[in-house]
Design a protein around this ligand. Structure first.
Ligand code: ADE
Length: 382
């Protein structure tokens, strides 16, 4: 048994303090995948103890807080989540408050995070928790997984972080770390690959330190073994056990199957103003951005003249029209390429739109991020 020192010299400069915590690899054969994952544990735990970021949901890892943070973190980066999380906790501090919140208010609290069905599922799950679990989150992986919006990753994260139950929590970041450590070029989007990695992790995880183990992996994926750009192997607690690094494969792992190109939709967005009010309309209650509010918009790229004609059909007359620039928003399967016009109306057209004050736009109506460029424009922020 022993590390191959010659080989190590090539890839471990400057000295990485976590290497001394490593279980040594046999000289005559490489680790099996299960052994390699097991060998990660001591350096991973040690690194996490000294490198874990201080985050609001980590400081007080109550089940409700862990749940909300994990769902938010599926949408965006930690720094972007913090203000959303703090606002959410202030207004909806527990399961009972969430179960009772009005949907429109909930969507307003979620505004900008995207995937609004995740917010709706939070409320549905909170209602079930109220009816079935006495207003608490269940303290079992299996029971958690039955709730709307809670899949195996989220159930694992809540169970391990809030209750220290030894179950894995494998999301895309953890899959990246593990596939690099194992030098696995398998497609991480395949359920069979994920299940196998979960099995390795479940076996390797110290039964009394599930929270630190899972969060250590998540943190390594976020801070060191990063998704975009060069992984920071010089700081990585797993560097000496990482086969992907040793084999120079980090830029090709994880393997990503080519994505289908997104459909592009051209739309013309109309910022219809009258006095201090602006027109909104509610989106249909099914499909993309269901039940959110938006600026009126139509398919295609309209000229100023087309805009006048379109408005006339709605019984609206423009006093003045000004181009409001172009914007682009990328959803998972579609891209909107938007052309905007700012239109000052002569009158409020009867029964067509909801005309709201700027303050209401800010505080009351949930409008998706796709329109943020235009919101800034009418608020004089751009
Ligand atoms: N990303 C997903 N879950 C996370 C967590 N618990 N802490 C930090 N980043 C995360």
């Amino acid at each position: 048994m022993g590390i191959d020192r010659g080989e190590q010299e090539d890839y471990a400069r400057p000295a990485n303090p976590y290497e001394k915590l490593q279980v040594l690899e046999p000289k005559d054969r490489p680790f099996s995948p299960a052994e390699r994952i097991r060998a990660m544990t001591p350096p991973l735990l040690s690194w996490y103890e000294s490198h874990a970021r201080i985050l609001p949901w980590r400081e007080q890892p109550e089940p409700y807080r862990v749940w909300i943070s994990e769902i938010m973190l599926q949408q965006t980066r930690v720094e972007a989540v913090k203000p959303y999380f703090n606002r959410f906790m202030e207004e909806l501090p527990d399961v009972g408050a969430l179960a009772q919140v009005e949907e429109e208010r909930l969507l307003k609290l979620w505004e900008g995070l995207g995937y609004y069905n995740r917010a709706r599922n939070l409320k549905k799950a909170a209602q079930i928790m109220t009816e079935t679990y006495g207003g608490c989150l269940p303290d079992s992986f299996e029971e958690l997984k039955k709730l709307p919006g809670i899949g195996s990753y989220t159930a694992g994260a809540i169970a391990s972080i809030a209750y220290n139950i030894p179950v894995p929590a494998v999301d895309g970041n953890v899959l990246r770390v593990i596939s690099r450590v194992l030098a696995s070029r398998e497609d991480i989007l395949k359920q069979s690959v994920k299940r196998r990695m979960e099995a390795y992790l479940k076996e390797a995880m110290p039964k009394d330190r599930a929270s630190a183990f899972n969060q250590g992996l998540i943190e390594t994926g976020a801070m060191v073994c990063v998704p975009n750009g060069e992984p920071k192997c010089g700081e990585c607690p797993l560097a000496s056990v990482c086969l992907g690094r040793r084999q120079g494969l980090l830029d090709t792992i994880p393997h990503k199957a080519p994505k289908k190109p997104r459909k592009v939709e051209e739309r013309t967005v109309l910022l219809l103003e009258k006095g201090d009010r602006i027109a909104l309309e509610k989106r249909p209650d099914k499909g993309l951005l269901a039940s959110l509010y938006q600026f009126p918009n139509v398919e295609g790229i309209l000229s100023e003249d087309d805009v006048r004609k379109t408005l006339a059909l709605k019984g609206a007359q423009a006093e003045h029209i000004q181009p409001a620039g172009k914007a682009r928003h990328v959803f998972s399967h579609v891209e909107w390429h938007m052309t905007g016009y700012r239109v000052w109306l002569k009158d409020f057209p009867a029964g067509q739109y909801l005309f709201v004050q700027r303050q209401e736009l800010k505080e009351k109506y949930p409008v998706p991020n796709a329109f943020s460029v235009y919101i800034k424009l009418i608020n004089g922020e751009s």
